[in-house]
Design a protein around this ligand. Structure first.
Ligand code: NAD
Ligand code: UD1
Length: 342
């Protein structure tokens, strides 16, 4: 039995959210998806409906549109909100900081005001391990001091975490989960939904996949002199379906947890860039040419989650290994070489 019945998913047509939407529909929730489609296609939701046999209500619109939010929250008797909406590209945030603060900070303020007006007080927020910054430890627990954040995207996530803490302190009716994702990768095992980046991808695995199908000539490996097993950066890559299941677990847990909770969602394992490339080659049978390049500013040598808090409190751990990630990423890429436009 689900404690909540109807959930609003902001940014619900996107990469992570489409997998979460599918998991929630399969678990019996009724969903309303609000997405302005600035970085997504409604085709993802059509496929989600096909896979689940149930369609979410879809409304194309912006989280900064207060009248629309008021209408949606009231009309659909929303009881909880999963808040994914917002841009996420670090480089773009350096060039367009106001857009990041407007969407991520302003959009969240607007959403919370509309929620409070409609007496909806449960919110799961898509935060990021980026708030840990350049941490002194490599296996990161939720309670460690947050680090030096090097870009407006990361700062906007940090600000939202802080403003959510303030509203929870001001009104005991709020139940807020800060979900700090590590590196979401892979795709649904059906090959029907996955990551469909606009233009040249910034993140590692989508770029590797594009090199494998010849859309880009080679991968630049950022940094080869880190103190790691092969000199390349080590990160915590989590299968997007495991991450989606983490949202389901958090939504169930937050029902009996007034206040604010923080959960890192990662695997607890780190893999280097070159390990990831080799695993992709093994799963795809394709060669991925690469060249060693300079370090990328803002990257750290090694960073992975300590997944103990989520395991204990959400009864959730990631189940899918690196091979499954690569197999599913390749199935999505090879079946949908042009993403949802194909
Ligand atoms: P995504 O771009 O695929 O999904 C975000 C969705 O929000 C898109 O569908 C986009 O069209 C929509 N959107 C953006 N601004 C909006 C607005 N103002 N109003 C309505 N809809 C809007 O990205 P994703 O990778 O699925 O990320 C989802 C969330 O998780 C984001 O908040 C992101 O910052 C966070 N996150 C992502 C990662 C990652 O590596 N992908 C890591 C940590 C945190
Ligand atoms: C990056 C962002 C992070 C954001 C997340 C989701 C930075 C410093 N961090 O995370 O704030 O929340 O994306 O959008 O931008 N790599 C290469 N070649 C590439 C791409 C990446 O070698 O072409 C390496 C990186 O140096 C890193 C690893 O691959 O060691 C993972 O990079 P990426 O996929 O961009 O994820 P993060 O850096 O963890």
């Amino acid at each position: 039995m689900n404690a909540y019945k109807t959930v609003l998913v902001t940014g619900g047509a996107g990469y992570i959210s489409s997998h979460a939407t599918l998991a929630l529909l399969q678990a019996g929730f009724d969903l309303v998806v609000l997405d302005n489609l600035c970085n997504a296609s409604a085709e993802s939701l059509r496929r989600v409906a096909q896979l689940s046999g149930r369609a979410p209500v879809f409304v194309q619109g912006d989280i900064r549109d207060r009248a629309l939010l008021d209408h949606l929250l009231a009309q659909h008797w929303v009881q909880a909100v999963l808040h994914f909406a917002g841009p996420k590209a670090v480089g773009e945030s350096l060039a367009q900081p106001l857009s990041y603060y407007s969407n991520n900070v302003g959009g969240t303020v607007n959403l919370c005001q509309a929620m409070a007006a409609a007496s909806v007080f449960t919110l799961l927020f898509s935060s990021s391990a980026t708030v840990y910054g350049d941490s002194a430890t490599v296996s990161i627990t939720e309670d460690q001091p947050l680090g030096q954040i090097t870009n407006p995207y990361g700062r906007s996530k940090f600000m939202v975490e802080q403003l959510l803490g303030d509203i929870v302190a001001s009104d005991k009716r709020w139940r807020v989960a800060l979900l700090r994702y590590f590196n979401p990768v892979g795709a649904h095992e059906s090959g029907q939904i996955g990551e469909d980046p606009n233009g040249i991808p910034n993140n590692l695995l989508p770029f590797v996949a594009q090199v494998a199908v010849g859309q880009s000539p080679e991968l630049a490996v950022f940094g080869h002199d880190y103190p790691t097993l092969d000199g390349t950066g080590v990160s915590d890559y989590i299968h997007v379906v495991d991450l989606a299941e983490g949202h389901l677990a958090a939504l169930k847990a937050i029902y009996s947890c007034p206040g604010m909770e923080v959960w890192s969602l990662g695997t607890g394992n780190g893999y280097s860039v070159l390990q990831l490339v080799r695993a992709f080659e093994a799963a795809s049978g394709r060669h991925v040419p690469y060249r060693l390049a300079e370090r990328r500013p803002g990257d750290v040598a090694t960073c992975y989650a300590h997944p103990g808090k989520a395991a204990a409190e959400l009864n959730w751990i990631s189940k899918r290994d690196l091979h499954s990630i690569m197999r599913d990423a390749w199935r999505w890429q090879s079946q949908n070489p042009d993403g949802y436009r194909g």
